[in-house]
Design a protein around this ligand. Sequence first.
Ligand code: HPA
Length: 274
Amino acid sequence: MNNMYDKVVESRNYIQSKNNSMPKIAVILGSGLGDLVDAIEDKQYIDYKDIPNFPTSTVQGHEGRLVFGKIKGIDVLAMQGRFHYFEGYTMKEVAYPIFVMKQLGIEKLIITNACGGINTSFNPGTLMIINDFINLVSDNPLIGINDERFGTRFPDMSEPFKIELIDKAKKVANEIGIEYKEGVYAGFMGPYYETAAEIRSIRNQGADAVGMSTVPETIAANYLGMEVLGIACITNMATGIQKQKHSHKNVVDIAQKASVDFCKWIAKIIENIG
Ligand code: HPA
């Protein structure tokens, strides 16, 4: 079977044969942000490796499974572990789960990540609402022949992160006393952390934060007609912004520290948009 639509339907059929909840909200959990799964009740797990046509995750800190259940009484689907372009997947593979989510009936997608801060008003641990993105990778999941069953050939990208969802996230944060910033996320290919010269260049392009994920999934979700909310955890200041060396361990450690506020916030957002 080489038709992507048929593959996606096959993946969906397998998932539906294992789980009969009908979530309309999904969350992609970034590095070190997997604790949200603890807030999910009546959990049911489906390992990526068991889903026909699904890619499998290779990065440390990424579990590689779908988690179905309820947060504050609302059906949700969480992706614990995502796929990155730098792992060698094609952009279509990176975005594949989003195509499956659409078939499962997901309407709103919360995309989270750990990333480097470029805006000097940020600190490690800052939570940032993503209000726009810059795709620094000369590739995206929509390249190739378009299948109109998924979406239009030339999708609009003027509101990649839904303003209504951003406003709700802000309102909820203010209600429960979560501090947040807002900014533009630049998607860098990786897997190396950027050079200082690259960060200067990205900063000049208008980015507030930089990471190695999120952009392909956001493009695919918009193409598929889903509403996206993006929440980034600044785990370190980007190269040259602060004098320090980067490590994945540090990224995961800082994300885990921020994850108490992060989980509280996401759970409350879900309650408000569900
Ligand atoms: N750059 C790119 N990706 C990242 C970073 C960074 O500084 N921190 C966490 N993910």
